[in-house]
Design a protein around this ligand. Sequence first.
Ligand SMILES: [Zn+2]
Length: 163
Amino acid sequence: MYAQDLPYIDSLRFAKDGEIREGHYAIAALPRLAGLLAAPEGELHYRLEGRTELGRPQLCLTVRALLSLDCQRCLQPMHHDLQLHSCVCVARNEAELSRWDAIDLESGGAMVDAVLVEARMSVQDFVEDEVLLGLPVAFSHPEGECPGSLSGFVGLEADFEAH
Ligand SMILES: [Zn+2]
């Protein structure tokens, strides 16, 4: 439990040693994520856990964050309660990566995502990458639950005609 604040980890060692790291980032400090949001406010909490599953070292990540987004249907602000859990295998080289893919195909099991080992892996980049992969393609309020949805659409149409 030392060096919690170091920005880099040795990804293979972290996985094999079953290390755990928890922390948080200001969302404003994650530029690629912040760029997608209506407002880059709040914090993202993460827990990164190393483990070995079926002989494969893995990094398992749990993320929780309340994101401010624009609804793509009504363009009003909305909050998305992001809860993410994902595991990726840490492969030592390309050959190991392809061998694992082949095993997954043969067993008919789900393909497990894998990354190549990095002796200096940025925890922050890894967390941000996984969050970006885990985001839904489109954000919107649930169907029919946009605030004042009908007037919103009428307003949009009137706007188009005015131009
Ligand atoms: Zn909406």
